[in-house]
Design a protein around this ligand. Structure first.
Ligand code: MD6
Ligand code: FE
Length: 216
């Protein structure tokens, strides 16, 4: 194989179209892995993971925290973005520069230039945790996409349609994969199947997901 062929082949295998406006960039976070993991540690030291309660009274199996101007929170009163972390009473930690750079570069790769996230929701799944099918619709600006970075243990991502009953496609997500979706896919239903036990060399027995949004 000549170099050009190899480059083209690598690019094709690294990019999967999930739906119109939704792209999976395989391994896209790996080049920045060390900075991202350091950033994660610094955020969690200030705003620890917690299990939040849905308006319906269920405790979520995925633990969450946020960084950036706003954090996504849920309690018995509803879902919202809040500039203050209710667990600490303080502003959320600043979004690490490596997070911001990765999110904006991945969005550009996926065809969304000028993505300006003000919030990064961080999900932690220990084995047995899951996230049921939902839409992300608490953000103000649906013209901006969402960038979602998978780290640690693999998981199966469910990608459905605009209606809850629409058929769902399953995509395996591995350490370093990034999903970007927006445009016609911005309001699709999606979720994460129960994470299976395993041991990741860098993150141990957990899956971490970073989702970047333009929330406010
Ligand atoms: C997760 N992600 O992958 C959960 N939402 O752990 C999400 O709910 C999500 O990955 C909107 C866009 C991308 C996502
Ligand atoms: Fe979501």
């Amino acid at each position: 194989m000549n170099d050009l062929f190899e480059d083209v082949a690598a690019t094709l295998s690294a990019r999967e179209q999930m739906a119109a406006g939704a792209v999976l960039l395989r391994g896209r976070a790996l080049a920045l892995e060390d900075e991202i993991l350091a950033g994660l540690e610094s955020v969690v030291a200030i705003a620890p993971f917690r299990h939040m309660t849905t308006p319906g009274g269920f405790v979520m199996s995925a633990a969450m925290t946020s960084c950036g101007i706003a954090g996504w929170v849920t309690d018995r009163t509803g879902y919202r973005y809040d500039r203050t972390d209710p667990a600490t009473g303080k502003p959320w930690p600043t979004m690490p520069e490596s997070f911001r750079r990765l999110a904006s570069e991945a969005a550009t790769d996926a065809g969304y230039a000028n993505f300006t996230p003000d919030s990064c929701l961080i999900n932690r799944y220990l084995p047995g945790a899951r996230l049921s099918l939902h839409q992300d619709k608490d953000e103000r600006d649906f013209a901006q996409p969402i960038v979602s970075v998978s780290l640690g243990l693999p998981a199966t991502f469910q990608f459905g349609g605009i209606r809850r009953a629409d058929p769902v496609v399953r995509h395996p997500m591995r350490h370093g994969d990034i999903a970007v979706w927006g445009g016609p896919s911005r309001l699709v239903h999606h979720g994460v199947l129960t994470v299976r036990d395993g041991d990741h060399p860098k993150l141990g027995r957990q899956r971490i997901n970073l989702t970047f949004r333009a929330a406010l």
